[in-house]
Design a protein around this ligand. Structure first.
Ligand SMILES: [Cu+2]
Length: 86
């Protein structure tokens, strides 16, 4: 299992957590989602995966919930890189 941590902007309350969690857990390969809410800054969303999950799918799910990915990182950077480093 791989954990992907992403920073999400605009999350302020339990409803935000529920919305993001619902969208992300609907993705193939996502096992579970945990959110460290920081109401006045970027919140951290921990995504436990059971298989490969596409970074664009994650970003789309976050946007579907009404928020935006500020930063993404994972132990396997290829999985979540939206801009490939040179
Ligand atoms: Cu909210």
């Amino acid at each position: 299992m791989r954990t992907i941590d992403i920073k999400v902007s605009g999350m302020t309350c339990q409803h935000c957590i529920n919305a993001v969690t619902e969208e992300l857990t609907a993705l193939n390969g996502v096992e579970s989602v945990a959110v460290d809410l920081v109401a006045d800054s970027n919140s951290t969303v921990h995504i436990d995966t059971s298989g490969p999950v596409d970074a664009e799918q994650i970003a789309a799910a976050i946007e579907e919930a009404g928020y935006e990915v500020a930063e993404a990182e994972a132990d396997d950077a290829d999985v979540v890189s939206t801009d490939a480093p040179d």
